[in-house]
Design a protein around this ligand. Structure first.
Ligand SMILES: Nc1ncnc2c1ncn2[C@@H]1O[C@H](COP(=O)(O)OP(=O)(O)O)[C@@H](O)[C@H]1O
Ligand SMILES: N[C@@H](CCC(=O)OP(=O)(O)O)C(=O)O
Length: 360
């Protein structure tokens, strides 16, 4: 079988791997592993981002006292991740495929050096026929600097590894044009670039999920803007992965149409680095208008009205409009001290070069 992609990222949500009673659904896991193995054998490089650590740990131990949310996350994930990766290891071994565990944190992507380090780790695994199985290291990711959920992590991984597609498997067939439980609503099959979906997404999430459909949509859009096809589909359906790749037209899912232009590696990193911003550049209305135009434009000091924070050259900063709304992120070409000296002046070098600028 010839598949349309050479490299894909597949995110398996907590709900796909968990039964109603909170135990690990090994039958479902096994079915998904069979499909990934089929793709792998056909030459498709697959990176798995798998949730399920907390859910599988929860059913494993009885606690002696009431635990707060951090205690629960740390305890259950420590126990559950070992169980999860052990299952994957055994299931893939039946197909003669080696897997490797990558446990990561948001901070591990913070600087360009860290980011390239993470990329190298997964690249060397793929080069050697090993399937990376990625999850957030929930035992230590408990501060505000954690991923919103594994959808965010999977978007970062797909972007970092230049995957051609990101397939997000949840317990629902795709994004519905209303509340999924309401009669008369149906799955939106294709999302064009720039289409606003905010009216359709409910804040609700499923039993064991963390982020809900809102983060999936935000991430899907960002990743599709980088030229990567994003598919949201139901991981509980039999043969979903192979069906999506073999019979895309007949398989229910939501597909985000990717941008046709490729995005540079540095821009991709910046696009996913918002959480690490060290400061803010506030721009005047003319500068914002120029940035929103068709031409690629750098941010010059003359358009900057205010600078917030203490940062070094090459740190990430938020780009804000005159109303204080964030319009993007960029890598700054000067320290906060130097930038403040240049602020508002004509004829100075750019503060953020367009190669290092990502607009929302
Ligand atoms: N418009 C919508 N279409 C589909 N699902 C939606 C929509 N709005 C909210 N949801 C909810 O999002 C849930 C999926 O997100 P989530 O619970 O985070 O799953 P996962 O654990 O797979 O990441 C669905 O089960 C559904 O309850
Ligand atoms: N790292 C967590 C994943 C939690 C999470 O974000 O789940 P999901 O709702 O599937 O995106 C775990 O393995 O339990």
């Amino acid at each position: 079988m010839n598949y349309p992609y050479n490299r894909i990222t597949v995110k398996i949500g907590s709900n796909v791997l968990t039964r109603k009673d909170g135990t690990l659904d090994v039958t479902r896991m096994s079915a998904l592993v069979d499909q990934v193995a089929e793709l792998h054998k056909a030459g498709v490089e697959v990176v798995l981002v798998s949730s399920g650590a907390v859910a599988s740990g929860r059913s494993e131990i009885k606690v002696s006292r009431k635990l707060d949310s951090v205690d629960q996350r740390q305890l259950y994930s420590a126990v559950g991740q070992a169980k999860l990766i052990n299952r994957y290891y055994e299931l893939f071994r039946e197909h003669g495929i080696a897997v490797g565990q990558v446990l990561t944190t948001k901070e591990s992507f913070g600087t360009r050096r860290h980011y390239l380090n993470q990329r190298h780790c997964m690249q060397v695994m793929l080069e050697n026929g090993v399937i990376p199985i990625v999850n957030e290291n929930d035992t230590i990711s408990v501060t505000e600097l954690m991923f919103t959920d594994n959808d965010e992590l999977s978007g970062l991984v797909a972007s970092m590894l230049d995957a051609q597609a990101l397939i997000i498997l949840s317990n629902i067939d795709g994004i519905y044009n209303g509340s999924p439980s309401e009669p008369g609503t149906s799955v939106i099959r294709e999302v064009e670039q720039g289409k606003d979906l905010s009216d359709y997404i409910q804040a609700e999430k499923s039993g064991f999920g963390r982020g809900g459909m809102l983060t999936k949509t935000t991430i899907a859009r960002k990743v599709a803007d980088e030229g990567i096809t994003v598919i949201i589909a139901n991981g509980k359906r039999d043969n979903i992965l192979t069906d999506l790749l073999e019979h895309p037209a007949d398989t229910v899912c939501t597909r985000f149409v990717p941008a046709s232009e490729a995005v540079s590696s540095v821009k991709k990193w910046i696009a996913h680095s918002e959480g690490f911003a060290k400061g803010e550049l506030h721009l005047n209305a003319q500068a914002v208008e120029a940035l929103k135009g068709k031409k690629a434009i750098s941010i010059l000091p003359v358009g900057v009205t205010r600078i917030e924070g203490d940062f070094e050259k090459d740190d990430i900063v938020r780009i804000m409009d005159a109303g204080g709304n964030q319009i993007g992120v960029g890598r700054i070409g000067a320290s906060s001290e130097e930038a403040r000296k240049m602020q508002g002046e004509h004829g100075q070098r750019p503060l953020v070069h367009y190669d290092y600028l990502y607009l929302d």
